[in-house]
Design a protein around this ligand. Structure first.
Ligand SMILES: [Zn+2]
Length: 278
């Protein structure tokens, strides 16, 4: 039976912590390196519902994309939701590990999985290559096998991504032709300029705010914008990460059982779920 230290070693060989941004907090959050690991749950967010799912399934480890503690803490008392999560994890012998910006820039990483989910085929290149390795970086640029209208591409993207209450939002001429596309899992505001410079027909990301988006589409010549739920743009990576861990482990004679959480941890509900808001 592999130990947590074995599995962390495999994960860090796939998603090197040295690739993470300086402000990030990746790696092991809690867990005993000597503990045995058999079942591993993959999820985007370390939320109570995900931790409960792990406990019910009998997971020994949760691998999440988002860190539980990004800015550090002086207390894990069960007086906050984060402290309560730590208590639940430790009481149930469940470890927690985070692969965040090191998974974003990996090759393949978060945006590769997103690009495939929305139908991009062929080679993918980073939208913003890493300084030390141009094969890695933020976002990906790729092509559709045949041109679609923006309307058709948005529909295809919506079908390829897991459903969320908010769905997709589109800014641009719905009849324009889309062939080359840039994508970035998670909040992609900072890559708007790169997407324009790349000369793509559409840029799909999450968490676009009113002013940057509205000013971007007012300026002619740039790509159309598609805004999806943050969680939905990162969820496709989970299956890829689970597969890479299983394969790397198997090559060393280690067998682990993985599961991708299908719990939607997007924070938003629609007005359809809140009748009184209509
Ligand atoms: Zn994210």
């Amino acid at each position: 039976m592999p130990t947590l230290a074995d599995i962390v070693g495999e994960l860090e060989s796939i998603y090197d912590p040295a690739w993470a941004e300086s402000w990030d907090a990746v790696g092991l959050v809690c867990g005993d390196p000597a503990a045995e690991v058999r079942r591993i749950l993959f999820a985007v967010d370390p939320t109570a519902v995900v931790v409960n799912e792990a406990v019910e399934w009998g997971a020994d480890l949760i691998v999440t994309h988002h860190p539980l503690y990004l800015r550090g803490t002086t207390s894990v008392a069960a007086t906050t939701f984060k402290g309560r999560l730590i208590h639940t994890l430790i009481k149930n012998d469940v470890a927690l590990f985070t692969a965040h910006t090191n998974a974003d820039v990996a090759d393949p990483g978060v945006s590769d999985a997103l690009a495939r989910a929305v139908g991009l085929t062929g080679p993918l290149t980073p939208l913003l290559p890493s300084a030390d390795d141009p094969r890695r970086g933020l976002g990906r640029v790729g092509s559709l096998p045949a041109p679609l209208t923006l309307r058709e591409f948005a529909r295809q993207a919506a079908q390829g991504l897991p459903g969320t209450a908010g769905g997709l939002r589109v800014a641009g001429d719905l009849d324009r032709e889309v062939r080359r596309v840039a994508v970035s899992g998670g909040a992609g505001d900072s890559l708007l300029g790169r997407a324009r410079a790349a000369g793509v027909d559409a840029f799909l990301t999450a968490d676009l705010r009113h002013h940057p988006a509205s000013e971007f589409v007012e300026e002619p010549g740039g790509p159309a914008l598609i805004d999806a739920a943050h969680w939905a743009t990162e969820w496709p990576w989970l299956a890829d990460a689970a597969h890479r861990l299983t394969s790397a482990s198997a090559a060393r004679g280690i067998t682990v059982e993985t599961r991708v959480s299908e719990t939607v941890t997007d924070a938003w509900m629609t007005t359809a779920e809140c009748e009184e808001l209509k």
